[in-house]
Design a protein around this ligand. Structure first.
Ligand SMILES: C[S@@+](CC[C@H](N)C(=O)[O-])C[C@H]1O[C@@H](n2cnc3c(N)ncnc32)[C@H](O)[C@@H]1O
Length: 230
């Protein structure tokens, strides 16, 4: 993730990345399915871009954002004064209330592998009984050992980069996309497979709806949206 001063660049990158499809689908889903006058919290919200768009389309909602990076939180507070932003860690954040909707988009792979279970558990604990949790993340092909993990990360990174270039991305965006591949292969970020992630969701939610957004072809790797209910 880029630094605070680069949040405009992040919005620019988003326009060329395959992730934009998932991002737009999530926005539409939330605008349509969040209950009237409901509460929605975005965990690992970054610079608050998604919450800002939801706020424009659903003025009845009470919106909350949590991120570990205080620079994002002070930036977001200024940019979206009607939204409630708080500094917090997905692993330890405790809220005084439960929410109709808890979301975490394109972010869970920033949490180290051995802590992803705890992050999902904590998010599940914030959802009202009849609410839902929406988690979108990019997943790669399954792997059994570190060599295979690196190869899966390289394959996903290559396909992601290819699509970004095909979409006409300028060089600064291509460079940032190469960084994603680097971070995934070298385990500075922690993308996993559907096979490894699904049991974690099933541990904390009784219903998990899987929506594969990119690519349209039958691959295991790609951008996924999970709608999880208790
Ligand atoms: C890819 S960015 C945010 C993406 C944003 N949700 C979106 O869809 O555009 C990942 C975010 O996770 C935050 N983050 C990383 N580790 C975190 C943690 N343990 N708890 C809370 N936020 C964390 C980073 O500060 C960063 O803003």
């Amino acid at each position: 993730m880029k630094q605070l001063s680069d949040s405009k660049i992040y919005e620019q990158e988003l326009q060329y990345w395959p992730y934009i499809k998932s991002w737009k689908k999530v926005l539409n889903y939330l605008v349509k399915n969040t209950p009237r006058n409901g509460t929605l919290i975005d965990i690992m919200c970054g610079p608050g871009y998604l919450l800002g768009k939801i706020a424009q389309k659903r003025k009845d909602l009470s919106l909350y954002g949590v991120d570990i990076d205080k620079r994002y939180i002070s930036f977001s507070k200024k940019k979206y004064p009607k939204i409630n932003f708080t500094i917090g860690n997905v692993l330890t954040y405790k809220s005084k209330q439960l929410y109709d909707v808890v979301i975490c988009t394109g972010s869970l792979h920033h949490v180290p592998y051995e802590k992803q279970d705890k992050a999902v558990k904590n998010m599940a604990s914030m959802v009202k009984q009849n609410g839902f949790c929406l988690i979108s993340d990019c997943l790669m092909d399954d792997y059994d050992n570190e060599k295979q993990r690196k190869i899966s990360a390289a394959k996903l990174g290559y396909e992601y980069l290819r699509k970004t270039i095909q979409n006409g991305a300028p060089d600064n965006v291509v460079e940032a996309t190469i960084d994603i591949l680097y971070n995934d292969v070298m385990m500075h970020e922690y993308k996993t497979s559907l096979k490894k992630r699904m049991p974690v969701y099933k541990k904390y939610f009784s219903k998990v709806q899987t929506i594969k957004v990119w690519p349209k072809t039958k691959t295991k790797y790609g951008d996924y949206i999970m709608i999880c209910k208790k």
